[in-house]
Design a protein around this ligand. Structure first.
Ligand SMILES: [Zn+2]
Length: 371
């Protein structure tokens, strides 16, 4: 590299010398009535030098300030990366711009400084307060941002999470509709699935069959299908109920869906014929729990040898003649937590959002006792 630079420099000097020697003749120049003579090569070279110097006067200070800003941002990012959050906040204090406010909010979040997050007017900091588990402290300020035509996905998702946690499903649906409209293609399907489940929950709360159908049209998830089954059963649409359950089997959702509708005995009774026919397609543990619920001990016997030890024990105690054992069965049922989130938190019933880690649609039916 050094040799290349040396060759280039030598070539440049050579060109310069040749140019000087061949253009050393004097030319006449005049400026405001004053005349003079200068060598031609000097005139050309000074024009070139002036052409470089004048823009440099403008660009050099600008570059100096840009470099200083970049180096300061690099320092903040390094402090953030290495875990010096107090330093990040000090360095970002009083500075505007998306980068500094982002780092400052992230630092407060990592320090779990809720007061700092909720006293700002920064939507990102408020979204982090929700993620920290305090939707009630951020919701008023967050809602104010919703009134405008915001295109901030983090803000919209935080509003959805906060409204859901506080039980306002209608507003959570509204926020999620805007998320679906705005989000990038890579997460479109996932966000539509979340919208479908939120709409299904709203349908269940308001007993609205049409909304449950819209939810399934938006996206087919075990939960949206389970809600549709429950509402079809309530409105006595037996044919559609069977058709929907066939779709559930086709999608392989049967175990999750049946566990979700288990509390609703009416739906289970209406599905009884098809359940008997499709017994092979069901997880024996789910089937046994369904038959327990429907008080059908002879059906439980059919799958008895395929049960896991906990459901088997539950089956033994559930129909016992001894009161003590029946009480034991009730407690076993209470402790049965077959739904598990990817973060490890176990649930008795399905939930759309994990209250522990804040993730959506990550709670899966795995069966058994989990803690
Ligand atoms: Zn979780």
């Amino acid at each position: 590299m050094k040799i290349l630079k040396l060759i280039l420099l030598s070539l440049l000097i050579l060109v310069f010398l040749v140019f000087t020697l061949q253009n050393s003749g004097f030319v006449e120049i005049s400026f405001w009535g004053t005349k003079g003579y200068v060598p031609l090569f000097l005139l050309v070279l000074s024009s070139v030098a002036l052409g470089v110097l004048l823009p440099a006067l403008y660009f050099v200070p600008k570059e100096f300030f840009l470099r200083r800003k970049l180096s300061s941002l690099e320092d903040v990012a390094t402090a953030m990366k290495t875990g010096f959050y107090q330093r990040v906040r000090k360095m970002s204090e009083g500075k505007g711009g998306a980068a500094y406010t982002f780092f400052k909010a992230e630092a407060s979040y990592r320090m779990e400084d809720l007061d700092d997050l909720v006293t700002t007017e920064d939507p990102y900091a408020l979204a982090l307060a929700v993620r920290l588990g305090y939707p009630d402290r951020a919701i008023d300020k967050l809602s104010a941002f919703l009134e405008g035509e915001t295109k901030d996905l983090n803000l919209l998702k935080a509003c959805r999470d906060a409204f859901f946690s506080l039980g306002d499903i209608e507003k959570a649906v509204e926020a999620q509709k805007r998320v679906v409209g705005l989000c990038e293609r890579w997460e479109k399907d996932r966000q539509r699935a979340i919208l479908a489940e939120l709409m299904a929950l709203q349908a269940l709360n308001t007993n609205s069959l049409s909304l449950a159908e819209k939810a399934v049209d938006t996206y087919r998830t075990p939960y949206s299908m389970a809600v549709l089954l429950r509402l079809l059963s309530q409105s006595e649409r037996t044919k559609d109920l069977r058709k929907t359950f066939d779709k559930v089997l086709e999608l392989g959702f049967q175990n999750d869906v049946l566990f979700m509708v288990m509390e609703d005995e009416k739906t289970l009774i209406k599905l009884m014929d098809v359940l008997r026919e499709e017994l092979e397609a069901l997880d024996p543990n789910v089937a046994a729990l369904l038959f327990l619920k429907l008080n059908m001990p002879s059906h439980v016997e059919k799958v008895k040898d395929k049960l896991n030890p906990t459901v088997s024990l539950l089956a033994d105690t559930y129909f016992s003649h001894r009161e003590q054992e029946r009480k034991c069965a009730t407690i076993l049922q209470e402790l049965y937590t077959p739904w598990v989130c990817v973060c490890g938190r176990a649930y008795r019933r399905y939930s759309l959002m994990c209250s522990s880690c804040g993730r959506w649609l990550k709670i899966r039916y795995v069966g058994g006792y989990n803690r």
